[in-house]
Write a protein that binds this ligand. Structure first.
Ligand SMILES: *[C@@H]1O[C@H](CO)[C@@H](O)[C@H](O)[C@H]1NC(C)=O
Length: 144
């Protein structure tokens, strides 16, 4: 998961570098590109935090799987957005919905964990996830 997301991060950096001379508008909106980088790093941090939740309890294991599936949905949608940007197209609206849906699914899955033994790890994952959600909202606000 983290490896795949690192690849997206590389995509974003590459797209910013390649796109800059071609498309001055993208270079101009630095805040938007920083937001994009932050959501990718936020997802990497969340995936890492979710991976630290002890899954020896079966209910916790099921919820962690659901949280990871949500992160994958968000990551796949970010990949689609990155490819669109690299090829000079507008980000597809359904990919933005996919990012939001994936993050929401991850949030619901983490909220469903009632095992108090893993509460600190769940709480850490929720904090990372909230940061990623905030960054996602900043992308929507700043990338016009
Ligand atoms: C995710 O949750 C937020 C806040 O509850 C909501 O505004 C948004 O529409 C949800 N996204 C999707 C794709 O359902």
């Amino acid at each position: 998961m983290a490896r795949i997301l690192s690849m997206f991060l590389a995509f974003f950096v590459a797209s910013a570098v390649i796109a800059a001379p071609l498309e001055q508008r993208q270079l101009g909106n630095l805040k938007c590109n920083i937001d994009r980088l932050k959501i990718v790093t936020g997802l990497i941090a969340t995936a890492s935090a979710v991976g630290k939740i002890d899954t020896s309890d079966p209910d916790t294991a099921t919820a962690v799987e659901a949280a990871q599936a949500g992160l994958k949905t968000a990551g796949d949608s970010i990949k689609d957005i990155a490819i669109a940007l690299i090829t000079g197209k507008a980000a597809p609206p359904e990919s933005r919905t996919g990012v939001s849906q994936g993050l929401n699914d991850t949030r619901s899955a983490l909220e469903s964990i009632t095992n108090s033994a893993v509460a600190p790890a769940v709480s850490a994952a929720q904090t990372s996830l909230q940061d990623a959600i905030d960054d996602g909202n900043a992308v929507i606000a700043d990338c016009k």
